[in-house]
Design a protein around this ligand. Structure first.
Ligand code: SAM
Length: 234
C-alpha cells in the first residue's frame, strides 16, 4: 500500500468520500488515504490526525514527499481534538481501529463539539462493528451504505452514515449485528465471514458447556448468537 495504490480496504473507504470533501482522517498513520484523495483532486482539503508521534511523523513525511502541503495537514492529537471550526470538516474517516475505540473517539468528539458541522462519517472498524452501528443509531446518524472487503485472509466492514435532524431509521438487533446492506450487496463475503463466526461461536459454546463451573447466562447469550447467525446463512 502507498499513496498511489491504496489497500482494497482503504480504496473502499475512498469511494464513499464525496467529491470536494473537506476531510478529517483520524488515526491516519502514513496519511495514505488523504494524500491519495488529494493527489487526484477528489477533495478540497484534509487533516491527517494522529495521536502517536511516529505515525504522525510518517504522515508529515508522506505529505511533504507528495508536495501536498497546500491541501493536507498532519496534526498531532487525540481523536477529533485535531479538528478546528475553521476547517469546516464535512467528512470524517476513522479506519483500522476497533469499534469500541471508534465509538470512544466519536463520543468524546461529540462532547467537545467536534461534530457540530454534522459531517458524513465513514467508519471502518476492524472488530465490534455492532458497537459502531449502535452508537450511530442512537446519535442521529443514518447508516446510508456499507461495504465488506476480504483482504489478506481478513474481513473488513465499512459503515457510511449521514447526520439527520430527525432520524427515522430504527435498527433491529440483526441490523446492528449484521448490517443493513451487506447480506445483499456482498453476499459471498457475508456468507464466508459469518460461516467463520459460526464456527468460532460453536467452539466457544462447546467450551462453556464443558466448563466445570457453567455460566448459564453466557451460554444463553452464545446460543442466541448462534441462532441469529444460522438464520442469516444460506
Ligand atoms: N487509518 C489507517 C488505516 O486504516 O490503514 C491506519 C490504521 S492504524 C492500525 C491505527 C492508527 O490509529 C494508528 O496510527 C494509531 O496511532 C492511531 N490512533 C489510535 N487511537 C487514536 C486516537 N485516539 N486518535 C488519533 N489516532 C489514533
Amino acid at each position: 500500500m502507498n499513496v498511489n495504490h491504496l489497500s482494497d480496504r482503504l480504496a473502499s473507504v475512498a469511494t464513499f468520500v464525496k467529491d470536494g470533501a473537506r476531510l478529517a482522517d483520524i488515526g491516519s498513520d502514513h496519511a495514505y488515504l488523504p494524500t491519495n484523495l488529494a493527489s487526484q483532486d477528489k477533495i478540497t482539503s484534509a487533516i491527517a490526525g494522529e495521536v502517536v508521534a511516529g505515525p504522525f511523523q510518517s504522515a508529515q513525511q508522506e505529505i511533504a514527499r507528495q508536495e501536498l502541503g497546500h491541501m493536507v495537514v498532519a496534526r498531532l492529537g487525540d481523536g477529533l481534538a485535531v479538528i478546528e471550526p475553521a476547517d469546516q470538516i464535512d467528512t470524517i474517516t476513522i479506519c483500522g481501529m476497533g469499534g469500541a475505540l471508534i465509538v470512544d473517539i466519536l463520543a468524546q468528539g461529540l462532547i467537545d463539539g467536534k461534530l457540530a458541522t454534522k459531517p458524513r462519517l465513514i467508519l471502518q472498524p476492524n472488530v465490534a462493528e455492532d458497537k459502531v452501528r449502535q452508537w450511530l443509531n442512537t446519535h442521529s446518524y443514518e447508516i446510508v451504505d456499507e461495504a465488506m472487503i476480504a483482504e489478506n485472509g481478513k474481513f473488513y466492514e465499512v459503515i457510511v452514515a449521514d447526520y439527520r435532524d430527525n432520524l427515522q431509521q430504527e435498527l433491529t438487533s440483526d441490523d446492528i449485528l449484521f448490517g443493513l446492506f451487506n447480506k445483499e450487496k456482498h453476499a459471498a463475503i457475508f456468507q464466508e465471514k459469518w460461516q467463520l463466526e459460526l464456527k468460532r461461536t460453536n467452539y466457544v459454546l462447546d467450551q462453556l458447556e464443558q466448563a466445570s463451573n457453567r455460566d448459564e447466562n453466557k451460554i444463553a447469550r452464545y446460543q442466541e448468537l448462534k441462532a441469529a447467525i444460522q438464520a442469516q446463512l444460506t
